[in-house]
Write a protein that binds this ligand. Structure first.
Ligand code: ADP
Ligand code: MG
Length: 255
């Protein structure tokens, strides 16, 4: 029997008031899959990612984490997750990395990385610190433990944010444009970390404007257009032989 997908979204619908943003989207990521979401600004990529780990409510459709459906109460615009413990479990297992890093400015890098494992997961402090140091080493900034975020470059801050996400020992990582706030020369250091995570078989959903990264790291690429999947496939077919005119136009506009 095939394994349960880590993340499965079925026929998801999401509106902000009367503005329909996600109009019936299905996405599946099995363990070890890297799925990239591409599309124009405003196509709904961030919203979709935020719906996955329940940072946003959605009005219709199912979200399953390792086969476990999110329990809802209410319907339509009144639909909310019914089980706060389930929300916490899903959210800590789908760790998010944001475009703007979102590190806590008043905490050192080490404190940033070990905070949630201690306060949210109740991990032992000494063990969390050891794990935090090893993840900071892994992303190449083990020497920055005692620095504050403002003392780091953007690329170093984003790598700290990735270490922080990894320190939660999540089932999957969700990236929302992890390189788009960075200067081109700093982008590469973050891309290399994401590449190494892909090589070690991490499950990842990556929203990105970086078509080269999407092409290099993904097993599957999804092109969103106005809240619907316009086309999807392997990077080879999607980038090498795009079928839809919209995707062809989009790819031309990104080079
Ligand atoms: P993308 O990440 O692909 O650029 P978003 O998911 O951010 O797209 O946005 C999709 C649409 O939803 C856009 O029209 C955007 O203006 C709208 N939108 C996003 N967030 C909100 C919000 N909090 N309130 C109202 N509208 C929003
Ligand atoms: Mg976005």
């Amino acid at each position: 029997m095939a394994s349960q997908p880590v993340i499965e979204i079925r026929n998801l619908h999401k509106a902000y008031g009367s503005l329909e943003v996600i109009k019936g989207v299905d996405i599946t990521a099995h363990k070890g899959d890297v799925v990239s979401l591409i599309g124009s600004s405003g196509s709904g990529k961030s919203t979709l990612l935020r719906c996955c780990n329940l940072l946003e409510d959605s009005q219709q459709g199912e979200i399953l984490f390792k086969g476990e459906p999110v329990h809802w109460k209410g319907t339509g615009h009144n639909r909310r997750p019914a089980d706060a413990k389930q929300v916490l479990r899903i959210r800590t297992n789908l760790s998010m990395v944001f475009q703007q890093f979102n590190l806590w400015a008043h905490m050192t890098i080490l404190q940033n990385v070990m905070e949630a494992p201690v306060t949210v997961l109740g991990r032992d402090r000494a063990e969390a610190e050891q794990a935090a140091r090893s993840y900071l080493d892994k992303v190449g900034i083990g020497d920055k433990c005692d620095a504050y975020p403002a003392q780091l470059s953007g690329g170093q801050q984003q790598r700290a944010a990735i270490a922080r996400a990894l320190c939660m020992e999540p089932e999957a990582l969700l990236f929302d444009e992890p390189t788009s706030a960075l200067d081109p020369e700093l982008e590469q250091e973050v891309v290399r970390v994401i590449q190494s995570l892909a090589q070690e078989g991490r499950t990842m959903l990556i929203v990105t404007h970086d078509m080269k990264m999407a092409s290099d790291v993904s097993d599957h690429v999804v092109f969103l257009h106005k809240g619907l999947i316009e086309e999807q496939g392997t990077p080879e077919t999607l980038f090498g032989a795009p079928k839809s005119e919209r995707l062809q136009g989009f790819l031309k506009s990104t080079v």
